[in-house]
Ligand binder design. Structure first.
Ligand code: IPE
Length: 270
């Protein structure tokens, strides 16, 4: 159900719609080395947000975890919830602390704008697409930032990992005026036909089309490219522009919003 728009906007600025972006963890951090952020990439993405805001768009940034979340979460099996006899308490605290660290870096990059930070552990219960949590907090005019996190769950799990891709789904489907949903990824221009150098970019991907993707079981505790694609397909039922792009080329994000086209994969519901 779409929410009503309840906040006053600056009447001098024409409202151009809401853009929701995922900054993939593999894009903003070195996934193989614990807690290593790519400051230059984050700063380029933040500049891109600034340009969208100056053109009258509301922006929500959902960032992933990369090496600030997956490595330790995997070691302590946090996505499986509370495992009897296995001491995971310190790991829950540590992963949350590491995510706060990454979140602070992201927030700092956006500090010239009016930002609102939403740590999921403060308002979400349970994981997956059906998590509970009040999303009205994202309606206030400004740039909103949230992220994949360790959240509390009903017993017997007690805790689990909420992926940023599930936040993307719920925000895109439930908030009003969402015009563009863009998954900015690292190391790929979009969805590819086959793995490796022979793979070609799929410019438009329809729900039943094949694509090639690798789930990094050794690293990822959430669903990787397969979860992302599933969530993007569901979002495309509600939002016209849903895209996977190479987040190293932030001009492509602007091209989507300004021209409706870029080098990347558009997710289509038809
Ligand atoms: C994962 O979030 C959160 C933690 C591991 C704490 P995401 O699923 O959104 O992260 P990325 O984009 O794959 O890194």
């Amino acid at each position: 159900m779409k929410r009503r728009y309840r906040f006053e906007r600056d009447p001098s600025r024409q409202f151009m719609g809401r853009v929701i972006m995922k900054w993939g963890g593999g894009l903003i951090s070195d996934k193989s080395t614990l807690c290593t952020a790519y400051a230059d990439r984050i700063s380029a993405l933040a500049k891109c947000v600034g340009k969208l805001v100056s053109k009258g768009h509301e922006v929500i940034v959902v960032h992933g975890a990369g090496s600030f979340g997956h490595l330790r979460a995997r070691e302590y099996k946090l996505s499986e919830g509370d495992i009897p006899g296995f001491d995971q308490e310190d790991a829950v605290i540590l992963v949350r602390k590491d995510m706060d660290h990454l979140h602070e870096i992201v927030l700092a990059s956006l500090n010239t704008m009016d930002t609102f930070s939403h740590a999921p552990r403060d308002f979400v219960k349970n994981t997956g697409a059906k998590f509970t949590g009040d999303l009205d907090r994202f309606l206030r005019p400004g740039v909103h930032i949230t992220f994949g996190d360790v959240v509390d769950c009903d017993p017997p799990l007690n805790f689990g990992i909420l992926s940023g891709d599930d936040l993307m789904l719920r925000l895109s489907v439930e908030l009003p005026d969402v015009t563009h949903v863009i998954f900015a990824m690292g190391d790929t221009p979009g969805l590819m036909t086959t793995p490796g150098a022979d793979g070609e970019l799929i410019p438009i991907w329809r729900v039943d089309d094949q694509f090639s993707g690798q789930h990094e079981h050794g690293i990822d505790v959430t669903g990787g490219i397969f979860l992302k694609t599933e969530r993007a397909a569901a979002i495309s039922q509600h939002v016209e522009h849903v895209w996977f792009v190479d987040g190293l080329h932030t001009e492509r994000i602007l091209e989507i919003v300004e021209n409706g086209y870029t080098y990347g994969t558009r997710i289509s519901n038809s």
